[in-house]
Design a binder for this molecule. Structure first.
Ligand SMILES: [Zn+2]
Length: 117
């Protein structure tokens, strides 16, 4: 029996969930599907500049878990770019955060930015 995957804390859903080549000739080559929690690791680590440790604390999982989610996310971004495939962000096993202490500490929420602390 496989161990059930733990729910990952995610701050917000991506504002855009579908990306793709502008050239219609490249359609039908397939798509790359990314989980919302994979997107969240890219957002926290690459976009906000967090360490994997901070990202793990933020998402409520072990650093080794973040490491594997993040490497899968990067593999998918690379595949989309290199092979010219549409990227769709959807699904996964996550819950939206309630902007508690950990979230505030890392200022990870787009919705919290600019809000009084
Ligand atoms: Zn949050």
């Amino acid at each position: 029996m496989t161990r059930p995957r733990k729910w990952k804390n995610v701050c917000c859903l991506p504002p855009v969930r579908e990306f793709g080549p502008l050239d219609p000739a490249s359609a039908d080559a397939g798509v790359v599907r990314m989980d919302v929690e994979e997107y969240e690791t890219i957002r926290l680590i690459d976009h906000l500049g967090m360490t994997q440790e901070e990202c793990a604390e933020r998402m409520g999982v072990a650093r080794t878990t973040v490491q594997s989610i993040y490497s899968e996310a990067r593999r998918k971004v690379a595949r989309s770019l290199v092979e010219g495939l549409p990227l769709i962000i959807d699904g996964g096993r996550y819950r939206l955060c309630e902007h508690g202490e950990v979230c505030r500490k890392h200022r990870a929420c787009r919705r919290l930015q600019g809000a009084p602390r």
